[in-house]
Design a protein around this ligand. Structure first.
Ligand SMILES: Cc1cc2nc3c(=O)[nH]c(=O)nc-3n(C[C@H](O)[C@H](O)[C@H](O)COP(=O)(O)OP(=O)(O)OC[C@H]3O[C@@H](n4cnc5c(N)ncnc54)[C@H](O)[C@@H]3O)c2cc1C
Ligand code: SF4
Length: 516
């Protein structure tokens, strides 16, 4: 009797471990498109199209490669899986270990009639065990240590071999060269987008139908605009995006990584995360290709190292930490923040803050915002306004085209709002309007004044920032990396601080008034 190989929606790589283990065996492959996911999470419309269309395309590609494949649409995956096992008279079910913890729990709860074999994942460079071995050696985990070890272990951008190998160019890190403020008129290259084919169009129609059903049942509409949908949905399209990034953006990737410009939602960013996270691209192939072409073409090392750091460093690190920190991590709430999300988060617009509304509008139209928009606008606002970290994490997960539990927890709970008390980051990424003014074009034309800290026209990022520092001053004082800002806080006259608290309270009460 055949083996069943169930391929999840974020395991769409022909060389993924469960498929690789079944090569040459009597195996049947299953892909399940379950719509009950929407009962737990109302995802951005484009994210549903991306995942479901990519699954349908992947099923076709596997068939063309000679696999026996069943692709099914279903309400809940449990009953559909059990029916498939029975219909196909399977002996055993194989599954590559899911990246998201909750998925494994849900599958284990199904009580299958046949043995279930978990195949260790090969979707990341670092296995969970290898990461745990590394992490055990440190009292305090930091990205920089992990990243250097990754460079050595995988021999990326290194001069020489073995323990004597040194970082190419003599430096591990060129971040200081990569944080330039945007000059007037800064404009990045056009991204590579695709027209929907017949398969994608039929998924778009399905999402329209699901939306109509939701509204007939009195449920909230799905967020985000559905069309134009322009993401790639196949491995060959994902490879084309990688090539396009290398050809048009790699050389310029470095300097303006942190810049935010109206009308320029992508600048030199790679736009690779949706494809990496679905398995359409493997991180190692991306890193090797970037390194090879980058060195051949003598791309500025600051930019090349910058992008490799994101994938070999941050991406692997956040995944490794997600499993290392364990299942209590998502519930952490270091600052005891409890403010519900204002309604403009769900509506993706209407806050009246030009920075937030610009990022919301971009998110609404594609499901994408770049790293600094996520960190220094959205999460920063969540941190200083005291938004409930779990509600904020759930929101990020639903709204982003590349959102998955493994990448969301550490990025939002850890890096974004410091709800883990510093297990990931060495200090909270809190910033006032001054940072946004320096690094973006948003403040010009905003109804708020970025130079004011209090009063009706004051930029809310300013009042919330100083209010946040004052509210948590006692604890933040113990963090040496916060010494400088605490010194500035101490210099504020008491009267001014009182006005700042008033402005922050006023903003918070306006926020609360909009909670649905
Ligand atoms: C609050 C917050 C939420 C985030 N949510 C997600 C998410 O849901 N999914 C997601 O993939 N990334 C997330 N990130 C990380 C990062 O912002 C995105 O990976 C990146 O913006 C994707 O766009 P890009 O492909 O154009 O990336 P680039 O900026 O061009 O970077 C290249 C690649 O590096 C990787 N990368 C860079 N930084 C990170 C990081 N911190 N964690 C993991 N991978 C990283 C991504 O794979 C990305 O494709 C989040 C970051 C923050 C601060
Ligand atoms: S003034 Fe404040 S609210 Fe307005 S765009 Fe600038 S930082 Fe955002």
């Amino acid at each position: 009797m055949p083996i069943g190989v169930w391929v999840l929606g974020d395991q769409l790589n022909p060389e993924q471990a469960a498929l690789a283990a079944a090569v040459g065996l009597d195996a049947r492959v299953l892909l399940l498109e379950s719509s009950s996911v929407l009962q737990q999470r109302a995802y951005h419309r484009q994210k549903l199209v991306l995942v479901w269309s990519a699954m349908r395309h992947f099923a076709l590609e596997l068939r063309a490669a000679g696999w026996c494949v069943d692709h099914q649409e279903c309400e809940r995956f449990g009953p559909a899986l059990l029916a498939w096992i029975e219909a196909q008279q399977l002996d055993e079910l194989w599954l590559m270990e899911p990246a998201d913890r909750g998925f494994r729990r849900a599958i284990e709860a199904l009580q299958l009639p046949i043995p279930l074999r978990w195949i260790p994942s090969n979707a990341f460079l670092w296995s969970r065990e290898a990461f745990a071995d590394w992490a055990r050696g440190y009292k305090q985990l930091r990205l920089e240590l992990f990243y250097r070890e990754s460079r050595r272990r995988f021999g990326v951008l290194m001069a020489g071999d073995g323990p004597k190998a040194e970082p190419l160019g003599g430096q591990w890190n060129y971040d200081a060269e990569n944080r330039k403020a945007p000059p007037r008129g800064l404009s990045g290259p056009e991204p590579l987008w695709f027209e929907p084919d017949a398969i994608t169009s039929s998924v778009i129609e399905k999402v329209q139908r699901l939306d109509q059903q939701r509204s007939a049942q009195g449920q909230t509409p799905l967020p985000g605009t559905l069309q134009p949908f322009r993401w790639g949905v196949t491995r060959s399209q994902a490879l084309a995006v990688l090539d396009h990034f290398i050809d048009t953006r790699l050389d310029g990737f470095g300097p303006y990584q942190d810049a935010m410009v109206n009308g320029e939602p992508t600048l030199w960013h790679a736009l690779l995360s949706p494809y990496l996270n679905l398995g359409l691209l493997h991180p190692l192939e991306v890193i090797r290709r970037l390194e090879q072409v980058g060195l051949e073409r003598q791309v500025p090392l600051a930019g090349l190292e910058g992008v490799i750091r994101q994938i070999l460093g941050w991406r692997e690190y956040t995944h490794g930490l997600y499993h290392w920190f364990g299942s209590d991590y998502p519930a952490l709430n270091h600052f005891g923040a409890s403010q519900p999300l204002p309604v403009w988060f769900e509506q993706l617009g209407g806050s009246g803050l030009r920075c937030l509304d610009t990022v919301f509008a971009e998110l609404r139209s594609t499901g994408y915002a770049h790293h600094i928009q996520r960190l220094m606008v959205l999460a920063n606002y969540g941190l200083i306004a005291g938004l409930d970290p779990q509600a904020l994490t759930a929101w990020f997960h639903r709204m982003f085209i590349d959102g998955h539990d493994w990448v969301m927890q550490t990025n939002v709970i850890g890096m974004g709002v410091f709800a883990d008390g510093g297990r990931l980051a060495s200090k909270p990424y809190a910033a006032s309007g001054n940072y946004i003014k320096r690094m973006s074009t948003y403040c010009k034309g905003c109804r708020y004044d970025v130079n004011q800290r209090h009063g009706p026209a004051a930029c809310p990022f300013n009042s919330l920032y100083w209010d946040f520092l004052a509210r948590h001053g006692e604890e933040l004082r113990r963090n040496p990396r916060m010494a400088l800002v605490i010194k500035q806080l101490d210099k504020l006259p008491e009267q001014e601080l009182a006005l700042i608290h008033e402005a922050a309270a006023q903003h918070r009460s306006e926020m609360v008034a909009t909670v649905a």
